[in-house]
Design a protein. Structure first.
Lengths: 412, 415
């Protein structure tokens, strides 16, 4: 981690300010669950023939890898040029029944860059494995107030929104303070390589884009001011994915403070936690007799398909008498099996229950109730079948003996 | 540079320890140019026998001899005719052996500058590429690695140039050849704006077989499927090129983000570990782009592309055939545990999907039918179907430093 306070690597793909972000993605009204059998709201534009070349070659935000390259010049038209149906009177809110044939506001951008697309790649990352020098993410203490502000700042960012609580905390801890001592300091420069993502703690910044794609010498070298950002704003998020040229220049307009996060730290945090989680689940699965005949790669597939669910104290994970539909691994915390109200077994980290639900939907023979806060990994029967086929076939590989004493939930 | 001889000797030492799985090291004695050519031709002739049983390519010693990190070839043996393509750190040339009188015998030579490879942190990927190409050599839909070699500044991979292969298969006399390279499917797609269902199905079917081969036989994830990386041969069949991101992952996961923005799978973006399933995702994107003319997730700002990808909401044009919509939806499941191709049944279930209902897989595989687009025929070494690329700008080239040499030269010794 770079730690010098005011030497910015100057290397960051500029991406996201609050100003820029909101209008680019619009939601359409459609069912939450995307199902093939029921066509989704097919809002789709076929019109706009001839307007497709408006932004040909990519805008300043096309981040280098996206711009239509020189090779694209012989295609001047929108890919939807033919069969253009001018959709009159279609309704975006039409819902499932309506199949609008051409909405000017939805579907594909009409300025699709037709050029050749360049591959992108981040640095090679390999998980820290046992025996290697262990890597620990950097930890920069922050006040509760600062943490709350940071949480808000990244809450709308899809790179952060899918993190679990632990990952999210580790990432926030890793953010490093970057004081900007004065105005007119270039935090990132358009065209430079990008390594850091920034969140504004206080102060303000102007954002410039030069049409040439990079900062030029001379008084107007920064290009046009396109927006500005202040506390809670962020920029440079593409740098968290791979090294791409910065799409804009960001300059301080007063003494300010930023929080910075570099790509390798960010991706490493995600990778290490994913890696450890997978290995932990695989180890747990190895202990399940019903699944003992699984080949290692099948166990890996299952480990990958497990959903993590959290339960508070006193919650019922499985209800006696309910049809079984899923199998559980206890990842952390404690739980107990209750039969007719009496405790018959306790569960700790690495224990499993409900595995016979993978076979059929016979009623649960016991309830499982949490004694502490509990994290479980769940796999439904359907999910198992989809991945590996029917459990019966896998069981046939070895003789699996049902052992009622060991598995009160499943015995019936 | 003065260290040339030192480098030579060190690389010889390295090459002496080439893994025993490559049983062709004995061939690396010095040959004259004609000897080289003899081997090159042999590599082509060896192909038909593999067509007979392509999924059991066990005995390939004759061809593997040419996949060897060659100590006999050098750049000076080739005449560079035209740039066929450029990447961030590579350039592909149409080449001919200088001493070759038959002007029709052309190859594609991929040149990677060591300094660029290092600067862009692609050493591992380049090693993977050479290793993978050597391992999967001989599949009808994959570009054939003939030889790899290196010099002080660059790494080289010599591959079959497109059409040559299929003409040899048909017993066509090379000197009678009248063909030109097919170029990328990308070029045809952009010209046509979109492909009809039959054309899309044909290419999708061949890609499916290629993925099946890479996954099931070699455990290799290709990781950069897109129209730009699919070339056509003279009969209109595909050739998958550019194995720069291909990696043998088997059934494990890997973490390095790589690919092309529009084709990245959600798990790659999330860095939660990805594996073979990413190729099935990309196949869905590819089929969509064939039929619609552009990929399903797009924005000028790449971060908005990624946001759409992880959200995974596909929208289809109403006139898109239902079976095509269905297969794209099944392939582009954001959760790899639900993705067609990766789930139970594997590639077999992809091939059994109604979208491929009338495909006679063997006819495609054995080139018993011609493809829907037959490249324009003209002069053999004509690269007219490829786009024009600017010449190399030598002014700002990265220098391969002595320090880098010490650190990285052993890693390049495979070449």
């Amino acid at each position: 981690m770079a730690e010098s306070s005011n030497s910015f690597p100057g290397t960051n793909p500029f991406i996201n300010t609050k100003l820029e972000k909101s209008p680019s993605i619009q939601k359409i009204s459609e069912d939450e669950e995307f199902e093939v059998t029921s066509p989704t709201d097919m809002t789709f534009r076929q019109a706009n023939a001839g307007s497709g070349n408006a932004n040909f070659g990519g805008s300043a935000f096309s981040e280098g890898s996206q711009g239509g390259g020189p090779g694209a010049s012989f295609f001047g038209q929108s890919p939807f040029g033919t069969g253009a149906a001018s959709g009159e009177g279609e309704s975006e809110e039409g819902g499932l029944g309506a199949l609008p044939t051409g909405s000017a506001r939805q579907g594909f951008p009409n300025n699709y860059a037709l050029g050749r697309r360049t591959s992108v790649s981040a640095e090679s990352l390999n998980p820290t494995s046992a025996g290697d020098e262990s890597w620990a993410p950097p930890h920069h203490p922050k006040t509760d107030e600062q943490l709350a502000r940071l949480k808000t700042a990244v809450s709308g960012n899809f790179l952060f929104s899918h993190l679990d609580d632990d990952q999210f905390k580790t990432v926030l801890d890793a953010l490093v303070e970057k004081p900007i001592p004065a105005k007119d300091i270039k935090v990132i420069s358009q065209g430079d390589a990008g390594d850091y993502f920034y969140i504004v703690e206080n102060g303000s910044f102007d954002i410039y884009i030069h049409p040439s794609g990079s900062v030029q010498p001379g008084p107007d070298g920064l290009g046009n001011k396109v927006s500005s950002t202040g506390p809670g704003g962020s920029f440079g998020e593409l740098a968290l994915m791979y090294n791409a040229p910065r799409a804009a220049t960001v300059v301080s307009t007063e003494k300010s403070t930023l929080w910075g996060l570099d790509r390798i730290t960010f991706r490493r945090i995600l990778m290490d936690s994913a890696f450890q989680r997978r290995r932990m689940y695989e180890a747990f699965l190895e202990e399940v007799p019903l699944l003992s005949s699984l080949k290692p790669y099948e166990r890996a597939k299952i480990a990958d398909a497990l959903d993590t669910i959290k339960f508070p104290v006193g919650a019922t994970i499985i209800e006696e008498g309910d049809p079984g539909d899923a199998f559980y691994l206890l990842e952390s915390g404690e739980a107990e099996a209750l039969k007719g109200g009496a405790s018959v077994k306790e569960y700790h980290r690495g224990d499993y229950f409900g595995e016979l639900a993978l076979l059929d939907d016979k009623p649960r023979a016991a309830s499982i109730v949490t004694k502490t806060e509990v994290k479980v990994a769940r796999l439904g029967r359907d999910g198992f079948k989809r991945l590996l086929g029917p459990v019966e076939e896998i069981m046939r590989r070895t003789e699996y003996q049902l052992d009622a004493s060991k598995s009160p939930v499943s015995a019936s | 540079m003065a260290t040339g001889s030192v480098e030579d000797s060190s690389s010889e030492v390295q090459s002496g320890s080439v893994p025993s799985s490559l049983p062709f090291k004995t061939n690396s004695i010095r040959h004259g140019i004609h000897e080289k050519e003899r081997h090159l031709v042999q590599s082509f002739r060896s192909v038909p026998q593999k067509f007979a049983n392509p999924f059991l390519v066990t005995d390939r010693a004759d061809e593997n001899q040419l996949c060897i990190s060659s100590r006999t070839l050098e750049l000076n043996d080739f005449k560079l005719l035209k740039t066929l393509g450029t990447g961030t750190f590579a350039r592909v040339w149409l080449t001919r052996l200088k001493n070759q009188e038959d002007k029709n015998k052309v190859y594609a030579l991929k040149v990677l500058r060591k300094a660029d490879v290092i600067k862009l942190k692609q050493v591992e990927h380049v090693r993977n590429e050479r290793k993978t190409l050597a391992a999967v050599n001989g599949h009808p839909f994959i570009t054939n690695l003939i030889a790899s070699f290196s010099d002080e500044h660059s790494l080289y991979m010599l591959v079959t140039f497109l059409l040559l292969l299929s003409y040899l298969l048909q017993g066509t006399d090379l000197s009678q050849l009248d063909f030109c390279p097919g170029g990328e499917i990308f070029t045809y797609l952009r010209r046509a704006r979109r492909f009809n269902e039959d054309t899309s199905r044909f290419y999708a079917a061949e890609i499916t077989m290629t993925i099946e081969f890479l996954h099931d036989i070699h455990g290799v994830a290709y990781r950069d499927l897109k129209p730009e990386n699919i070339l056509l041969d003279a009969d209109g069949h595909i050739k998958l090129v550019d194995f720069g991101f291909a990696k043998q992952v088997g059934n494990r996961e890997t973490y390095t983000l790589c690919g092309t923005p529009e084709y990245l799978a959600p798990e790659v973006i999330h860095n939660s570990g990805h594996g073979l399933a990413v190729d099935w995702w990309a196949l869905g994107i590819l089929i969509y782009e064939f039929l619609v003319g552009q990929p399903p997730f797009w924005d000028q700002n790449p971060m908005r592309i990624y946001e759409q990808i992880v959200e995974g909401r596909l929208r289809f044009p109403p006139n898109m055939p239902p079976a095509a919509q269905n297969i794209v939806s099944l392939l582009c499941k954001t959760n790899p545990s639900e993705r067609l191709g990766y789930i139970s049944g594997g590639s077999g279930r992809v091939k059994a999907h109604p979208f491929f209902a009338n495909v006679v897989w063997d006819d495609l595989f054995y080139h018993r039918v011609k493809g829907p687009i037959l490249p324009r025929v003209s002069h053999p070494a004509d690269a007219g179907n490829f786009e024009e690329y600017p010449e190399t700008d030598t002014r700002n080239q990265n220098i391969y430093t002595e320090d880098q040499k010490k650190k990285y030269e052993p890693l390049f010794s495979d070449f």
